[in-house]
Design a protein around this ligand. Structure first.
Ligand code: MTE
Length: 323
């Protein structure tokens, strides 16, 4: 019997276009060149995802039930755009890395929990996923380069992972590290980059309800180009914080310096919260180009998640919260 399951992102949000999301024609004309680069990527992302899903022992866990608490104010980005316009410097410093990323071997895959924890532990990714409460969430995503998307992630609250890791009370930060394998990741042969890719959060941020460990996208296991088998998602922060293909999670009491901060601390900092009023030194953050269209929309403080996260930053006015 053929049962058509309505997937989570096929919800009415697809048609939602509130007044705040409008087309600025002048900005649109200015952005036209940027948009063309995105369209030029020749990669059959859906085909690769289908192949990957067939070999994936966790494929049966998808699609997971959608958590309706997290709603969008805009249409979901077409899957082909979110899976063919990527940043994954391990595979190249351009957006068309999806084909090259297929070289990444994601089984077996282990994640080590280390540093200030009661007991260090290394766990197989498939075993970890089975222990975690999987759900789907529709989140906005804002890159520091001023493009954005809105996608259905599947995964589990980062808080559940922190509880699994059992950090010491004295741990203040959690640091995520990407795999290191220059044989499959040509970008990692470029020694001027500070490999492996890392970035971190405070433990308070990591246990905020929005912080999410993503293992799936569009109701399927995460495509390699989006950070398979596991990456994190903090939708109120710029995308560069959100480390892909994680192999190590370390708890520490020292504030970590992430990949981009190491490369260029005048442009990228630890907090990296989205704020339309604080420009990047080289461009404005006031608006964003919506992936898959030529639309430009206003950027929102904390990417629209102020009600969930503003309390985390009370009394921190002297910090560089928005870079
Ligand atoms: N993680 C790793 N390991 N390597 C990267 O180059 N790029 C970051 C982030 N995580 C990056 C990474 C940046 S700059 C962005 S905008 C997002 O991944 C892009 O995620 P996406 O390709 O799924 O849209």
């Amino acid at each position: 019997m053929l049962v058509k399951r309505r997937r989570g992102w096929e919800m009415p949000e697809r048609s939602a276009t509130p007044e705040s999301v409008y087309l600025d024609r002048r900005a649109l004309l200015k952005a036209a060149g940027f948009g063309m680069a995105a369209a030029a990527v020749p990669f059959a992302a859906e085909e690769a995802a289908a192949q990957g899903a067939a070999a994936d022992p966790t494929a049966g866990l998808y699609p997971a039930r959608q958590n309706m608490r997290y709603r969008l104010d805009r249409a979901v980005t077409p899957e082909k755009d979110a899976t063919s316009y990527n940043n994954f410097y391990e595979f190249g410093s351009h957006k068309g890395i999806a084909g090259a990323a297929q070289a990444l071997k994601i089984r077996p895959w282990t994640i080590a929990f280390e540093g200030m924890v009661e007991k260090p532990v290394t766990i197989d990714f498939d075993d970890l996923v089975k222990k975690m409460p999987l759900e789907e969430r529709l989140y906005r995503f804002r890159c520091v380069e001023a493009w954005s998307m809105a996608v259905p992630w599947t995964g589990f609250p980062m808080k559940a992972m922190v509880e699994f890791a059992r950090p010491l009370a004295s741990a203040k930060y959690v640091v995520f590290q990407t795999f290191m394998d220059p044989k499959v990741a040509p970008g990692q042969r470029q020694s001027w980059y500070p490999w492996p890719y890392t970035d971190g959060l405070t433990v308070a941020e990591a246990t905020n309800e929005l912080a999410f460990m993503a293992t799936g996208l569009y109701g399927k296991p995460l495509p390699k180009q989006n950070g398979a088998p596991i990456r994190f998602v903090t939708p109120w922060k710029y995308g560069f914080k959100q480390v892909k293909s994680i192999v190590r999670v370390e708890f520490t009491d020292k504030r970590p310096v992430g990949y981009w901060e190491k490369l260029q601390s005048s442009e990228y900092g630890f907090w990296a919260n989205v704020n339309p009023k604080v420009s990047h030194p080289r461009w404005s953050q006031a608006t964003e180009r919506v992936l898959g269209s030529d639309e430009r929309v206003p950027t929102l403080l904390y990417n629209g998640y102020e009600e969930f996260v503003a309390d985390l930053y009370k009394g921190m006015e002297n910090e560089r919260l928005f870079a």
